[in-house]
Design a protein around this ligand. Structure first.
Ligand SMILES: Nc1ncnc2c1ncn2[C@@H]1O[C@H](COP(=O)(O)OP(=O)(O)OP(=O)(O)O)[C@@H](O)[C@H]1O
Ligand SMILES: [Mg+2]
Length: 260
């Protein structure tokens, strides 16, 4: 199953992605977690210790790999390069395994922004496309709000896109744009997860501002989550029973989207 997690900056995409990855692993799945957000923090959310995190070199900075596969120099424009570089071995060879989860960090593309037709961008686009269309693991992609780079062909391989929303007008506004974009590129199923819910009014706000039928659940605003982040503790180990059940229910509902 292929899941893309998106939403406005800071709503809790990486938090949700990380917990889902751990739950899928616990469920016996083979899990590939992809951090495609340029401002990568999925490794942190998964609980990878700092010393280990520092060793992870994002794919976009794997100069030799990209240059060998595309036949061109990174961070340079006006070159001829392969539009279809070989990528099928990248997840296995360049992923970082943490507690049974294979983590692949894409990293930021510096030259000309994410829309540039540079070798590194072409490489990453091919890689995400390969992962979504060809791999058969439980794939979780932690994305930024701009989902354009998925492209039409790739979007067809995404089983469900989860839009994380918190009870703010801004996050709901971003969610609306994401839903529009998702439709344009052919994402089949979109669902919402409400996060940082402080009270009943927050819940009602979200029920009234996104398609309530498609809300998979509400994650409370939690001091445990905040403190785990502050103290650099692996969140998965910090969830108490009640909070864990909230995530488990969301995980089960996501699996149902693919067919019960
Ligand atoms: N339910 C919650 N209760 C309290 N704090 C939360 C909750 N969910 C997330 N947070 C905190 O909010 C911050 C942002 O969360 P997270 O990094 O998961 O968001 P994000 O959408 O991935 O952000 P970015 O767009 O920067 O990648 C973190 O400090 C996280 O610990
Ligand atoms: Mg994030």
């Amino acid at each position: 199953m292929k899941i893309a997690i998106t939403g406005k900056g800071g709503v809790g995409k990486s938090t949700l992605s990380a917990i889902l990855a751990h739950l899928a692993r616990r469920d016996g799945r083979s899990v590939l977690a992809v951090d495609s957000d340029p401002d990568a923090n999925l490794a942190f959310a998964l609980g990878v210790p700092e010393a280990e995190r520092k060793k992870i070199v994002p794919i976009s900075q794997q100069k030799e790999l990209i240059e060998e596969r595309t036949g061109a120099k990174i961070k340079q424009f006006g070159q001829i390069f392969k539009l279809n570089p070989h990528v099928s071995d990248v997840a296995d060879r360049f992923g970082y395994t943490f507690q049974g989860i294979n983590l692949l960090v894409f990293g930021a593309i510096e030259a000309g922004g994410s829309g540039c037709a540079c070798p590194e961008n072409t490489f990453l686009r091919n890689l995400i496309s390969h992962i979504v269309l060809q791999r058969d693991e439980f794939v979780i992609v932690d994305m930024e709000a701009g989902i354009e780079h998925l492209g039409r062909g790739t979007a067809s391989g995404v089983d469900v896109m989860i839009v994380v929303v918190d009870p703010t007008a801004q996050s709901v506004g971003t969610a609306d744009s994401i839903v529009r974009l998702a439709r344009q590129i052919g994402i089949r199923e979109v669902r919402f997860v409400g996060n940082k819910i402080g009270n009943e009014a927050d819940r009602t706000y979200l029920e009234n501002h996104v398609d309530a039928q498609k809300l998979l659940g509400f994650i409370p605003y939690s001091d445990r989550i905040r403190q785990a982040d502050r103290d650099g503790l692996a969140l998965m180990t910090q969830l108490d029973g009640e909070l864990l059940r909230v995530f488990e229910t969301i995980y089960e509902k996501i699996k149902m989207v693919d067919g019960p």
